[in-house]
Design a protein around this ligand. Structure first.
Ligand code: ATP
Ligand code: MG
Length: 282
């Protein structure tokens, strides 16, 4: 079975995150064994992104959501840096600015949606408005609970306009998160990433899990599915996501556009001379 089928959250299904093993390794035993498959998926993604760009009719939106240190940045570094930067954009969503707060919650998100031909990765997204906002009670329940429908409508509109949407929740265990915080603490290259608020947020783990379950259950559908990716093993997380993205792009029916000019005509006009590089005599 492909990971697309295995990890998709079926529309209408109940999600029990506590029953999904974050350390799952699927059909693979180790990174070494999986490495050739990861490389093949990355090659395929690169090839298909070129087609997407050339085709210019559709676009791809990848949403990454997770608790701190679950690997959003790692996914971006490992899976998208192989693509042509011309057609790929990463957008990070932090706490909204005063201007953003003065608009509806989808305003900043819509502005950054992919144009035709583009791949856009959201590092956090509009889902923060039903996750952190809910957990910290930044707006009343009646406000955030209405947002699921608004999100579904918004995403349906993007899809109708030619965008494929794939949403990934990177699923790690609390102990794996603590290990990763500790590694950051001990690594001079990454100490800047640690903040005490990361440790405070950890205490809210069960509330976040509840918020994630609700959000995913309400917004996983055929047009914009969610995937829960076991992410304790970084290589497995990369493997599964790369496979899902490349399978999806493969099914988008992308093709090179036909040339807009008469090739035979151009050949005759500019390349007929024996030495085409010879300067023309006046
Ligand atoms: P890192 O892995 O480097 O910590 P990060 O994505 O956690 O990356 P931070 O700058 O640490 O980046 O955190 C951004 C913060 O902004 C997160 O705590 C997130 O919950 C918060 N945020 C994002 N969107 C919203 C929103 N709509 N309302 C309130 N907070 C938000
Ligand atoms: Mg953070």
């Amino acid at each position: 079975m492909r990971y697309r089928e295995e990890f998709i959250v079926k529309p209408g299904a109940k999600l029990h995150l506590d029953q999904i093993d974050p350390a799952y390794k699927g059909r693979h035993e180790s990174h070494d064994k999986a490495a050739p498959e990861i490389a093949a998926s990355l090659e395929q993604m690169d090839r298909l992104q070129n087609l997407l760009y050339a085709d210019g009719n559709q676009s791809l939106l990848v949403v990454l959501q997770a608790l701190d240190a679950a690997g959003k940045d790692g996914v971006i570094r490992h899976l998208f840096t192989g693509m042509n930067p011309q057609g790929v954009r990463v957008v990070g969503f932090k706490q909204p600015s005063a201007e953003e707060r003065a608009h509806d919650f989808l305003w900043r998100v819509h502005q950054n949606a992919p144009a035709r031909g583009e791949v856009v990765i959201y590092n956090r997204s509009h889902y923060e408005d039903v996750l952190v906002v809910r957990v910290h009670e930044l707006v009343p329940r009646k406000t955030w609970s209405r947002r699921y429908d608004l999100i579904n409508d918004f995403e349906r509109m993007l899809v109708a306009n030619g965008t494929r949407i794939l949403k990934f929740y990177l699923h790690i265990s609390p102990s794996e998160q603590l290990d990763r915080f500790k590694q950051r603490l001990d690594d001079p290259q990454r100490q800047w990433k640690i903040s005490e608020s990361d440790y405070d947020e950890r205490k809210l783990w069960p509330k976040y899990i509840e918020a994630y379950q609700d959000a995913i259950e309400h917004t996983s559908n055929d047009t914009a599915p969610w995937f829960v990716i076991p992410a304790n093993h970084k290589w497995f997380r990369n493997l599964a996501i790369a496979e899902i993205i490349s399978d999806t792009m493969d099914g988008m029916g992308l093709k090179l556009p036909s040339p807009r000019v008469d090739l035979a005509e151009i050949r005759k006009k500019y390349h007929a001379a024996a030495d085409e590089h010879a300067p023309t005599k006046r």
